[in-house]
Design a protein around this ligand. Structure first.
Ligand SMILES: NC(=O)c1ccc[n+]([C@@H]2O[C@H](COP(=O)([O-])OP(=O)(O)OC[C@H]3O[C@@H](n4cnc5c(N)ncnc54)[C@H](O)[C@@H]3O)[C@@H](O)[C@H]2O)c1
Length: 454
């Protein structure tokens, strides 16, 4: 490929399609190390906000990064796909791949970007897929670009690289700046060299590159999420056993974590996994396997355990108060699927809220950042409160669904005095059961003994 690459170590012109959690972080981090980046999104309101210096998502450190690089003229935003295609020599696809009704990953946004690339390309490009996509999508993108090029009678050289993203919401900037692996899925040496050069500033001590074919790269991303989801569901299943057998899942977790073959991560029993990735990626993997007649007993069990787990706190509340919850006011602390994000997609809280409302409860909720998003979803069906104490005031019980820092050491005295009944249902095992009992609470958590006032 001639004329494709910028000079050695020179800033590059990049474009990123999608200004969401992945796209915006990708664009601003690449700009921060000196590249010239255009970020394209079809959402005109989002682009308008970003141009005005407002970051439409909550992600620690992102606002500062966007502002700094926009001010330095290295980061711009547009709705014009053509402008994006013309600007970047490397074009990142970081648009959503939501779950379609039957569980498959909906590739319409990815393929729309591919079409736009083919329509507007005026020179050689490297197209890089960052969205989480089923095996074979890099080929599909290649065909889509080629078809759009052929329709114009144009023929430019391009490669499609699978470069899945492993950042975590809530710590996304940090993850991108200090990656633990960078998968470059391509068979072409020139694209490999180009991407290694681009990612070099994020690698300090030793190479983080993993080179593989695009199919393996695509599968590697699903495998990572499946592995993490499996650990969570396994711990939740063992927590169910601990609950019934009078054991303490926290003691079990600490013991597991000491085993270097197991490690300490993703061993927390809780109210179930959620978010924009695990649920849809599990479904997509199961769907793909189903189409080619490959059994997915483990993946399906992981999903089923998680669906059950999301309702566990509701079952605990119904065991405590009775099936019928009308006349009960329940407080919820934390609505996002994890702390430090405003993302409500796939959050267990959504399932809990619907189940409690269906059982007749009145709900008062508080989340440090996602109250506005919850208002849009639930309207007047849920009373959203300005502080955690306002949510708990007058409540018959308090359920904790997200382990935000501000819930870790609450003023228990104030809580107990303001609640109608001192009952806490903790979906994140934040407190010491014995201590909560001493303070006069009925305290229910996951896989640990119930404490009663005394
Ligand atoms: N969120 C995460 O933590 C995370 C982590 C790793 C990988 N991923 C994967 O990355 C992809 C993006 O996820 P996300 O959470 O950033 O999604 P998101 O919903 O936050 O953002 C997607 C953006 O793409 C825009 N878009 C849609 N069609 C477009 C088009 N034709 N051109 C330009 N923009 C378009 C949307 O308007 C939206 O702003 C998904 O495949 C996801 O599975 C997400």
């Amino acid at each position: 490929m001639v004329g494709l690459y910028g000079g050695d170590g020179q800033p590059m012109n990049l474009s990123v399609f999608g200004a969401g959690y992945v796209g915006l972080v990708t664009a601003s981090c690449f700009a921060d190390v000196g590249n010239s980046v255009v970020c394209v999104d079809v959402d005109a309101q989002r682009v308008e906000a970003l141009r005005g210096g407002r970051v439409p998502i909550f992600e620690p450190g992102l606002e500062r990064l966007v502002a700094k690089n926009a001010a330095a003229g290295r980061l711009g935003f547009t709705t014009d796909a053509g402008e994006g295609v013309r600007h970047g020599n490397i074009l990142f696809i970081a648009v959503g791949t939501p779950s379609a009704g039957d569980g498959r990953a909906d590739l319409q946004h990815v393929l729309e970007v591919a079409k736009q690339i083919g329509r507007h390309m005026a020179g050689a490009k490297v197209v890089v897929g960052k969205s989480t996509v089923p095996v074979g999508t890099a080929n599909l993108v290649r065909e889509t670009v080629a078809t759009a090029l052929a329709e114009r009678g144009a023929g430019f050289d391009f490669d499609v690289v699978a470069n899945p993203e492993f950042l975590k919401e809530g710590d996304a900037v940090n993850d991108f700046m200090r990656p633990d692996r960078i998968i470059i899925g391509t068979d072409r040496a020139e694209s490999r060299a180009q991407l290694e050069q681009l990612y070099q500033p994020f690698i300090r001590n030793h190479s983080k590159f993993l080179h593989m074919d695009p199919c393996s790269a695509e599968l590697a991303k699903y495998a990572a999420n499946a592995m993490l989801a499996t650990r969570i569901s396994l711990m939740n299943e063992i927590a169910g056993l601990a609950d019934r057998l009078g054991a303490d899942i926290e003691a079990v977790r600490l013991s597991l974590g000491r085993d270097p073959r197991i490690g300490t991560h993703f061993l927390y029993a809780g109210a179930g996994y959620g978010g924009a990735c695990f649920p849809k990626d599990m479904k997509a993997l199961i769907h793909v396997a189903g189409k080619i007649d490959v059994a997915t007993d483990i993946l399906q069990a992981v999903e089923a355990v998680n669906e059950r787990q999301k309702l566990l706190l509701v079952r605990k509340m119904q065991n405590h108060y009775g099936e019928e919850l009308s006349g009960k006011t329940l407080a919820l602390w934390g609505l996002t699927f994890k702390p430090n994000t405003d993302d409500l997609r796939g959050a267990p809280s959504l399932v809990v809220i619907e189940a409690l409302l269906a059982a007749g409860a009145r709900i008062k909720a508080y989340d440090p950042v996602a109250n506005p998003q919850a208002k849009r979803l639930f309207g007047d069906r849920v009373e959203l409160c300005e502080t955690p104490y306002a949510a708990a005031a007058g409540a018959d019980g308090l359920a904790i669904l997200t382990e935000w820092n501000e819930f870790r050491t609450p003023d228990f005295q104030r809580l107990r005095q303001s609640m109608t009944e001192p009952a806490i249902f903790d979906g994140r095992n934040l407190y010491d059961p014995a201590y909560l009992g001493e303070l006069g609470f009925n305290y229910h958590s996951i896989g640990r003994p119930v404490s009663t006032p005394g």
